[in-house]
Design a binder for this molecule. Structure first.
Ligand code: NAD
Length: 318
C-alpha cells in the first residue's frame, strides 16, 4: 500500500539514496535545512532526479521548528535522518549537536504525537557502543559512548522509548555502521581519500592504520531502512544495520588505491579523541526481523562510489 513518508535530512547522503528507493512505492516529503556542514550544491545534486516525480515534495525547513514540520500533512511514517553528523566536529561544538540531534528529535516526536503518526524510524549510530572489545556487537551490549555525537544518538534512542511507551508510537532505532557509496559526505574517510589520492595530495591517517570499521554500502543500509516502513510486530526495537565484516584502515587504503589505480601519500597523525578503535556489527537481529542481508563487498561498493565521484567532479571535489 502506498504510504506518505516524511524523511528528515532527505537531501543528505543516506537520505537521498533512501528517497530514490521509497519513491518507487510511496509518496515522500523531505524536510531538510541544507545545513552548512557541507555544500548545498552536493545536496541539490542529490535531489535533482526527484523533481520530475509528482510524489516528491521538499520542505526547506528545520526539524527544531514546529511551524516547519507542520507543513507536512497526512504523514503515515517518519524516517528521521536529519542530524549534525560526525564524531570529531561534535567535540568542537557539543551544544549545537545536542540542540539539533536531541532537541530536534524530541520536536519531531512531539509532532508525531500531535498528528498521531504511529511509525517512527530513527537513524542511530554504531558509535553508541563506544570502546568495547566484545565484538561483533550485539544490540544488548553495554553502551558507553565516548563522543558528544554518540551520546546524542543514545539520547535519541531513549527519547523514542519514552514516546513509544506513553503514546504508542512504534519506534525503531537503526544503528548504522560507517555507510559509504554514491553521494557520501565529503568529511568521511572514503570520500576524502579518493579525492586526495586522485589529486596527488597526502591523505591524513590517524594512528598506525590498525583501526577498523564495519563499512556498509548505502544500498544495503537503504534496504534495511525500507524494510522498517511496514514492520508491525513490536513497538520498540533497536537494530544494528552493519555489514558484519571489519576492514582495517590499511586494507581500506589499499582497496581505494586498487580501485583508482594510484598510490596514496600517507600523512600519519595521532589517534583522534572520540574515535573508537573498532566497529563490528552482529546483524542477526536485522536478518531475522527485517530479512536484512548486506551483500555488497568492499570492492563493488568502492567502485560505485568512484563512478559517482568521477561523474560529479565539480560538486564532489569541493
Ligand atoms: P548528511 O549530513 O549527509 O545528512 C543529514 C541531513 O540532515 C543533511 O542533508 C542536513 O542538511 C540535514 N539537517 C541537518 N540539520 C538539520 C535540521 N536542523 N533540520 C533539517 N535538516 C537538517 O548525513 P548522512 O551521512 O546521510 O547521515 C544521515 C543520518 O545517519 C544522520 O542522522 C547520521 O547521524 C546517521 N549516521 C550516519 C552514518 C554514516 O556513516 N554516514 C553512520 C551512523 C549514523
Amino acid at each position: 500500500m502506498m504510504k506518505h513518508i516524511l524523511v528528515t535530512g532527505g537531501a543528505g547522503f543516506i537520505g537521498s539514496n533512501l528517497v530514490r528507493e521509497l519513491l518507487k512505492e510511496h509518496k515522500v516529503t523531505v524536510i531538510d535545512n541544507f545545513d552548512d556542514f557541507y555544500s548545498r550544491e552536493q545536496k541539490e545534486l542529490n535531489l535533482k532526479s526527484f523533481w520530475r516525480n509528482e510524489n516528491f515534495s521538499l520542505i526547506e525547513g528545520d526539524i527544531r521548528r514546529m511551524q516547519d514540520l507542520q507543513e507536512a500533512r497526512n504523514v503515515d511514517v517518519i524516517i528521521h535522518l536529519a542530524a549534525k553528523a560526525g564524531v570529531r566536529p561534535s567535540i568542537e561544538n557539543p551544544i549545537l549537536y545536542q540542540d539539533v540531534n536531541v532537541g530536534g528529535t524530541q520536536n519531531l516526536l512531539e509532532f508525531a504525537k500531535k498528528r498521531e503518526i504511529k511509525q517512527f524510524i530513527f537513524a542511530s549510530s554504531s558509535s553508541v557502543y563506544g570502546i568495547n572489545e566484545n565484538v561483533p556487537w550485539h544490540e544488548e551490549e553495554k553502551l558507553l559512548p565516548i563522543s558528544p555525537y554518540a551520546s546524542t544518538k543514545l539520547s535519541g534512542e531513549m527519547l523514542g522509548h519514552v514516546y513509544s511507551k506513553l503514546y504508542n508510537i512504534r519506534f525503531i532505532a537503526l544503528r548504522f555502521f560507517t555507510v559509504y557509496g554514491p553521494g557520501q559526505r565529503p568529511d568521511l574517510a572514503i570520500h576524502k581519500f579518493f579525492k586526495s589520492i586522485i589529486a596527488g595530495s597526502p591523505i591524513p591517517v590517524f594512528g598506525d592504520g590498525s583501526t577498523s570499521r564495519d563499512y556498509t554500502f548505502v544500498n544495503d543500509t537503504v534496504k534495511g531502512i525500507k524494510a522498517c516502513v511496514d514492520y508491525e510486530e513490536s513497538d520498540f526495537e533497536i537494530i544494528n544495520l552493519g555489514n558484519h565484516k571489519t576492514v582495517t584502515l590499511r586494507e581500506l587504503i589499499e582497496a581505494i588505491e586498487n580501485t583508482c589505480g594510484k598510490k596514496a601519500i600517507i600523512n600519519r597523525l595521532p589517534e583522534q579523541p572520540g574515535d573508537v578503535p573498532r566497529t563490528f556489527a552482529n546483524v542477526s537481529k536485522a536478518a531475522a526481523m527485517l530479512g536484512y542481508n548486506p551483500d555488497t563487498n568492499l570492492y563493488e561498493g568502492l567502485s560505485e562510489f568512484y563512478k559517482w565521484f568521477k561523474a560529479n567532479q565539480l560538486v564532489a571535489h569541493q
